[in-house]
Design a protein. Structure first.
Ligand SMILES: [Fe+2]
Length: 434
């Protein structure tokens, strides 16, 4: 058995880790839009040797960031580096810019790490005044105020029996404004949150902390991941008022979400949430991932009646949902997603027309999360580009691909071929640098 044919599916094929490398010699097919001046970063797990093939789980793999620097129609460099942290574990899940700082992020009690635009990791402490640097991979940034809102939890607190999550707000200068404790006795895994004009949404769903399962020989998930589907837990969403700190809990259909597309309040004060819904997850009969598939779903939560309606919006599995970066908490029309079946399609969903357009990369390709970049002086919500790393099994290399978001099915505007493959990973961002 070669290394790339591990019996652990998260160490097989394009999941297998790569070495650090860098180059300034990059071949471009097509034309990179000259107005794209910046850096595309993507974080993901890349376990260091020695790797335990029996027990490895990607949620615990060492963070590695892949970056490509683009300017004036040229691809200046590509490099990939392990996330090095002065605080311990290198966050492996997301990388984004807030204010003037770029953060590598992960959930569960690990501190974010600050990096510069040359991909150097800094010793600087994030969020001065925070007594605990626990955070999340999926904060939301209010483009009106510049504030970053996050719902985080800490496995250390869970181990100590504390059933609580934290609603944290960071101002545009990276300073902690608020750290509010919200009681969640079942100790839920909370991967994402959502914001609207008045609320932050707390997802208290039935995947909850269970340390005991780590020792269960029948645990099909492996990797000692200490959460489990919990039939005894009532699924609920908290509408936490951002100003008054009051919370309205609304019971919802049992299910789980890793990622939202977006959320907003409609004219009637109802909260609209679009997300990728799993029927059941972290269940012994349905190990994660690639057991159950997620489907694009809309919940409408009514704070007056405390009820929730549910509608499935497309019957194709899709994940890694993204929206225009300035639309967190504002009414959106478009979402961008990855086909969670064969991985060879990006989807653009039009929530106004209720239709999905696909971009097909072809049989040999496996794409990763699509990231939308608005055009400067954009005239509409989808006036911009969709970018991502796409792995080609025939060459065993990855391309940085740029699509025209308004001509989504058309051939890519540009493909930049990298000197190596980018393993499957999690999330990334475009960082403007002009
Ligand atoms: Fe995520």
């Amino acid at each position: 058995m070669t290394k790339r044919e591990s019996k652990n599916k998260f160490l097989s094929g394009n999941w297998y880790p790569v070495e650090e490398t860098s180059t300034t010699e990059l071949k471009i097919s097509g034309e990179l839009p000259r107005e794209l001046s910046g850096l595309f970063l993507r974080n993901g797990p890349n376990p260091k040797e020695p790797i335990n093939h029996e027990n490895y789980h990607p949620f615990f793999g060492d963070g590695m960031i892949h970056g490509i620097r683009v300017e004036d129609g040229k691809a200046l460099w590509y490099k990939n580096k392990f996330v090095t942290s002065p605080f311990g574990f290198g966050p492996n899940t997301h990388v984004l810019k807030h204010g003037e700082k770029i953060y590598a992020l992960v959930e569960g009690g690990v501190s974010p790490v600050i990096m510069d635009s040359e991909m150097n990791f800094l010793e600087e402490e994030p969020f001065p005044a925070a007594d605990n640097k626990r955070f999340t991979a999926h904060p939301k940034i209010d483009s009106d105020t510049g504030e970053m809102h996050a719902v985080s939890y800490d496995f250390g607190e869970y181990v100590n029996g504390l059933g609580q999550v934290h609603y944290v707000t960071i101002d545009s200068n990276g300073k902690l404004i608020k750290d509010q404790i919200i009681e969640t006795p079942s100790r839920p895994m909370v991967h994402d949150c959502a914001i609207t004009k008045n609320y932050v949404l707390i997802f208290d769903l039935p995947v909850t902390f269970n340390l005991g399962r780590r020792d269960d020989d029948n645990n099909p998930i492996g990797g000692d991941y200490p959460v489990v589907w919990n039939d005894k837990h009532t699924s609920r969403v908290g509408l936490q008022n951002k100003k008054t700190d009051e919370i309205i809990w609304i019971e919802v259909n049992p299910g789980f979400l890793f990622h939202i597309v977006n959320s907003y309040e409609d004219d009637n004060g109802q909260v609209v949430l679009d997300f990728c819904r799993y029927e059941r997850l972290f269940d012994f009969d349905n190990p994660l991932p690639m057991g159950q598939k997620p489907f694009l779903t809309r919940w409408i939560l009514d704070p007056k009646t405390k009820t929730c309606s549910e509608e499935m919006l497309d019957d194709r599995p899709m994940e890694f949902s993204r929206v225009h970066p300035d639309f967190d908490g504002k009414q959106h029309r478009f979402g961008y997603l990855l086909n969670d079946g064969r991985l060879n399609n990006y989807f653009k969903h039009d929530f106004e027309k209720s239709e999905t357009i696909a971009h097909d990369f072809g049989e040999s390709c496996q794409a990763a999360e699509p990231v939308f970049i608005p055009r400067k002086n954009a005239k509409s919500e989808d006036d911009g580009f969709v970018v991502g790393f796409v792995y080609d099994k025939t060459t065993d290399l990855s391309d940085f691909v740029v699509l025209d978001a308004q001509n989504f099915s058309d051939a890519p505007l540009a493909r930049v071929t990298l000197p190596q493959r980018v393993p499957f990973g999690f999330h990334g961002s475009w960082i403007n640098l002009d």
